[in-house]
Design a protein around this ligand. Structure first.
Ligand SMILES: Cc1cc2nc3c(=O)[nH]c(=O)nc-3n(C[C@H](O)[C@H](O)[C@H](O)COP(=O)(O)OP(=O)(O)OC[C@H]3O[C@@H](n4cnc5c(N)ncnc54)[C@H](O)[C@@H]3O)c2cc1C
Length: 407
């Protein structure tokens, strides 16, 4: 595929750049944004609203759902431009990137028109309620129950690791509606109003000091039937749409650590010598550069597939695996290189403002979120290398008959 802009895309790029110059701060480094919690949430909402009002949110969504009705290549151009500015988009990736496409595909038309424009302007923030204490990689093993109650459904059970649930207005929740059939067949997907008494959100404190994710408990939480996504018992199809969108959305925002490492190598002196003269640093630079360049090429292959109307294939899993491992290796290497200076937060003493220490603390999570290393390896083994599927002992068995540990 030709990666040069067409005249239309070049015009869009100029327009996007001019708007970003006027409305966002240009990046002078690749360090993280800092600040989280409610202040970051409100700042993010204000930024997203401004972006939506200017017509730059949800570029590929139809206009009637709050989007701009443009193509996925416009989306690529926007992503290439916006990465040069300091903006708070990450907190909307789960809603807009993961949940949005499933709602567009499976929700009744009236519900789409009600909910999607509010999502697109960040008036409502969404979370994804899939993982449970005993159902993560094997998410189809989940136990949260949904039972019919007239025109409504009643939900009981527990989710965990729900990113952003504390500040979310709505969530997409995968539930079990029939334990008498096999585990993939008895699932139903819903949208749930998080601001109701039956939903209890408990933040989880992380080792980096943040509270990025949460436990969520449902106590007779109520969901109207028109908030169902797809058929009763057909939830796995909807869940796969969410998970595939997640892989694509993650590939755009997942940290690799390489731009920050390159900034550091270009600018830092250690013991009076440019760090770039150090042979070990040079060796690492060559290794990570080649991995990073490989990821960029895989990303272009993915863009080509999407531009031709296809879907992201195993490239997304490959990118996730290589990027997440590199991110952790870079963080560990830099912290060892800096010694005590690595933990200094103040910019005047340490230009890296402890970026790599923060990264050491968060990078294990990046290797788990959106599918662990091992799960990515399984996908690559089966879909790229054509190896046999791993044995599935519970295949075809009714969910209620699958043996579990003592509860
Ligand atoms: C930062 C972060 C954000 C997250 N946000 C969300 C969110 O918003 N919503 C949500 O629903 N979930 C979220 N999650 C949860 C995430 O999806 C799960 O952590 C992930 O799917 C792994 O599940 P688990 O933690 O239960 O680990 P398990 O599935 O219990 O895995 C434990 C270990 O066993 C390995 N393993 C499991 N199965 C296999 C297999 N078949 N073959 C080989 N090895 C295997 C795993 O690789 C892992 O090393 C988030 C997680 C993180 C870290």
């Amino acid at each position: 595929m030709d990666f040069e802009d067409t005249p239309e895309l070049a015009a869009f790029r100029r327009e996007a750049r001019a708007w970003l110059d006027a409305n966002a701060e240009r990046r002078t480094d690749n360090l993280h944004m800092g600040m989280e919690g409610e202040a970051a949430h409100l700042e993010g909402k204000a930024w997203y609203k401004k972006k939506a009002d200017a017509g730059f949110a949800c570029l590929t969504w139809p206009k009637e759902y709050g989007g701009a009705g443009l193509t996925s290549l416009h989306d690529v151009v926007w992503a290439q431009e916006v990465q040069n500015y300091r903006t708070r988009d990450a907190q909307f990736v789960i809603g807009i990137g993961n949940c949005g496409p499933a709602i567009m595909h499976f929700a009744p038309e009236e519900t789409r028109r009600e909910l999607l424009p509010r999502m697109a302007s960040a008036e409502d923030v969404w979370c994804q309620l899939f993982s449970e204490p005993s159902a993560g990689s094997d998410v189809a093993g989940l136990r949260t129950r949904a039972e019919r109650d007239g025109d409504n459904w009643k939900l009981n059970g527990q989710k965990i690791w729900t990113s952003g649930a504390l500040y979310s207005d709505f969530g997409v929740v995968l539930t079990r509606t029939d334990p008498t059939v096999s585990k993939y067949k008895g699932l139903t997907l819903f949208m749930i109003d998080m601001r109701q008494p039956g939903v209890e959100v408990r933040p989880i404190k992380q080792m980096d000091g943040g509270q990025h994710f949460n436990e969520v408990f449902f106590h007779d939480a109520v969901v109207p039937d028109h908030y169902r996504l797809g058929e009763v018992g057909g939830g796995w199809t909807g869940a796969l749409t969410v998970l595939m969108s997640e892989r694509l959305a993650i590939s755009g925002v997942q940290p690799t650590g390489f731009p920050q490492f390159l900034d550091m190598v270009r600018s830092l002196e250690l013991n009076g010598e440019p760090v770039a003269n150090d042979p070990i640093v040079r060796d690492r630079l060559a290794t990570w550069y080649s991995q990073y360049a490989g990821l960029q090429s895989a990303n272009k292959r993915m863009i080509t597939a999407v531009a031709k109307g296809g879907i992201a294939g195993a490239e997304a899993s490959l990118g996730k695996l290589v990027g997440a491992v590199m991110n952790q290796e870079i963080a560990n290497f830099c912290c060892q290189l800096f010694g005590q200076a690595g933990i200094i937060q103040e910019a005047q003493f340490s230009p890296q403002r402890a970026h790599f220490q923060d990264s050491v603390l968060f990078s294990p999570g990046v290797r788990l979120a959106g599918g662990t290393d091992e799960v990515m390896r399984n996908i690559i083994a089966e879909q790229v290398l054509g190896l046999p599927q791993e044995p599935r002992a519970d295949k075809g068995m009714a969910f209620k008959d699958i043996p579990t540990g003592p509860s």
